[in-house]
Design a protein around this ligand. Structure first.
Ligand code: ADP
Ligand code: MG
Ligand code: MG
Length: 245
């Protein structure tokens, strides 16, 4: 599904990613861990196609297509979802309207007609249950005045409705509370199937107590310095990152 080859990327002229290689197949959950400042969020931002991030070498193929040639919107239409892309506040645009528009964009891309109103409502109801989201959030402007937990719930709800092929979750290092962690984990576990894949980026292994990754990679100073199974996350929790430097 995703193939990253020798990826180098700069931020404001500084090389942050220094030769990343990573292959993700459908059905897999990969975790990326690493100390602060190692380039985890940079990798997520490069995958999403943010402006600030300049790829200087290497390539990224998504289902065989050159991802780096695509705009962020095209990447989303192809089925890539970046959590934290959506928690921006969109005043004046209701959550429902936003989601329906995003879903119809995806359908258009697949050659499908606009979704029927009743069908949309049925999907929304089903997915709201997964994240135990309060119905009142549906008609409010996207994320405006939402609490941190509500934004996180809403983000996973968006992911559930859009059913991406590849979801990238950058949990940043600003610890989520235990409820938010649970929502993220339950969302991922519920949505995960053999046709999609998840890239879960996290500094702490807490989240990985709830989401069981198939592979764990350690990013250090812009490179993947170690890969392993889920036991690697436990080892990191115990020993920290210093032994890898
Ligand atoms: P992580 O997510 O692993 O903590 P980041 O990818 O956020 O690491 O950051 C990696 C390095 O890139 C850091 O040294 C950080 O200061 C630098 N960096 C990231 N984003 C920017 C930016 N927008 N402008 C300047 N430097 C940045
Ligand atoms: Mg950081
Ligand atoms: Mg980060």
């Amino acid at each position: 599904m995703l193939e990253i080859r020798n990826l180098h990327a700069n931020v404001e002229g500084n090389e942050i990613l220094k030769g990343i290689n990573l292959t993700i197949k459908a059905g897999e959950i990969h975790a990326i861990m690493g100390p602060n400042g190692s380039g985890k969020s940079t990798l997520a931002n490069v995958l999403a196609g943010r402006d600030l991030y300049e790829v200087t070498e290497g390539e990224i193929l998504f289902e065989g297509k050159d991802l780096l040639e695509m705009t962020p919107e095209e990447r989303a239409r192809e089925g890539i979802f970046l959590a934290f892309q959506y928690p921006v506040e969109i005043p004046g645009v209701s959550n429902m309207y936003f989601l329906k528009t995003a879903l119809n964009e995806k359908r258009k891309h697949l050659g499908l007609p606009e979704i029927d109103a009743a069908d949309f409502l049925a999907i929304v109801k089903e997915k709201m249950k997964i994240v135990e989201m309060d119905q009142s959030l549906l008609n409010r402007p996207v994320n405006e005045g939402f609490s941190g937990g509500e934004k996180k719930r809403n983000e996973i709800f968006q992911m559930a409705v859009l059913e991406p092929k590849l979801a990238i979750l950058d949990e940043t290092d600003s610890g989520l509370d235990i409820d938010a962690l649970r929502v993220v984990a339950e969302g991922v576990n519920h949505l995960h199937n053999d046709r999609n894949a998840f890239l879960v980026i996290t500094h702490y292994q807490r989240l990985l107590q709830y989401i069981v990754p198939d592979f764990v990679h350690v990013l250090y100073n812009g490179k993947i310095v170690k890969s392993g199974g889920r036991e690697l996350a436990l080892e990191l929790e115990e020993k920290g990152y210093d032994w890898l430097k």
